[in-house]
Design a protein around this ligand. Structure first.
Ligand code: NAP
Length: 281
């Protein structure tokens, strides 16, 4: 298996720093080699994975679909890590904007980095997780195509109005859960709904509007941030958005990361932070 995986990954991630004493899971050998060591989590937890440009931009134009690789440049190291983080999850949580931007994507570990698909599956089996990784999509409006491949076997967390909009259109296996009444569903209610479904390990892949709400509510335990060596630029009133959008944190909410690990592949940095609740400032 090692030979199948390695050729497409130019380098294993090079470990630059790791906080001692982190929980570790013994990764199947090709994964440990490619990640540059072991990885693990205390459970239950909510962890996020994003890629950002050097200047903090995470999306150039959210209304333009298919721009996923513009910021990351699509390097194998980023794709490998994305798959690895998915392999640890009970469920992936995203907002409807992210689904609309990548409507053909499927949020599975193997989809994003196929050479390691078998190893990811082995890790999920080792962790006692089912082979299929469900996707949970948050939508106030319910303005979604319930037939999208990503939604098969997944969940839509929505409002009462959104659930009415989707009524009768959801294929078998897609659960539509009305989490609240108003247009903006409270972040704690979203997480509570997933916990009530039995999901302990929640990976959010954004987008920045949803992430901001989760971070403001103090619900994000860890952030994996890939720093891509590109400058995206921003114009006043332009389309570009950052890692957190639609939510102000400072002053008032101190969400200050503690670096848990730093890895590198080429000029990309792979940073892992814990996000303990800070002081109100
Ligand atoms: N660089 C990265 O790592 C990364 C990661 C993820 C996404 N992205 C990019 O980010 C862009 C999308 O950004 P975004 O911030 O707009 O996406 P988003 O947070 O995924 O989606 C926003 C939408 O999600 C729903 N939503 C979020 N929070 C809600 C709440 N509390 N209650 C009810 N509905 C809620 C709403 O859907 P309705 O409109 O249906 O009500 C809202 O319009 C895309 O270009 C995507 O490719 C980049």
């Amino acid at each position: 298996m090692r030979d199948e995986v390695r050729p497409q990954l130019s380098l294993p991630l090079e470990r630059l720093f790791e906080e001692p004493g982190l929980a570790v899971e013994r990764l199947p050998p090709p994964l440990a080699e490619l990640y540059g060591g072991e990885l693990g989590f205390g459970r239950p937890l909510l962890y996020a994975n994003f890629v950002s440009a050097l200047d903090g931009v995470t999306a150039v134009d959210p209304a333009a679909p298919g721009q996923g690789g513009l910021i990351s440049g699509g390097p194998p190291g980023d794709r490998f890590l994305m798959g690895l983080l998915r392999a640890f999850a009970d469920v992936v949580l995203i907002g409807a904007g992210t689904l609309r931007a990548e409507a053909e994507h499927v949020w599975s570990p193997g989809r994003v980095y196929p050479p390691a698909a078998a190893a990811y599956a082995g890790l999920r089996a080792q962790l006692g997780l089912p082979p299929e990784l469900p996707l949970a999509v948050v939508s106030g409006s319910g303005d979604l195509d319930p037939g999208l491949p990503a939604l098969a076997g997944g969940l839509v967390l929505t409002t009462r109005a959104g659930a009415e909009r989707l009524a009768g259109r959801a294929p078998a296996g897609l659960r539509v859960i009305a989490v609240g009444e108003g247009e903006a569903l409270p972040a704690p209610a979203l997480v509570a709904a997933l916990r009530a479904e039995g999901h302990r390990s929640i990976l959010t892949e954004g987008g920045p509007h949803l992430f901001g709400q989760l971070a403001a509510a103090g619900l994000v335990d860890e952030l994996f941030l890939t720093l891509s060596p590109v400058l995206a630029g921003r114009q006043r009133l332009g389309t570009q958005i950052g890692l957190v959008e639609g939510t102000a944190l400072l002053p008032g909410l101190d969400r200050r990361g503690r670096l848990l690990s730093a890895r590198r592949s080429g000029s990309h940095l792979f940073l892992r932070y814990s996000l303990p609740l800070g002081e109100v400032v």
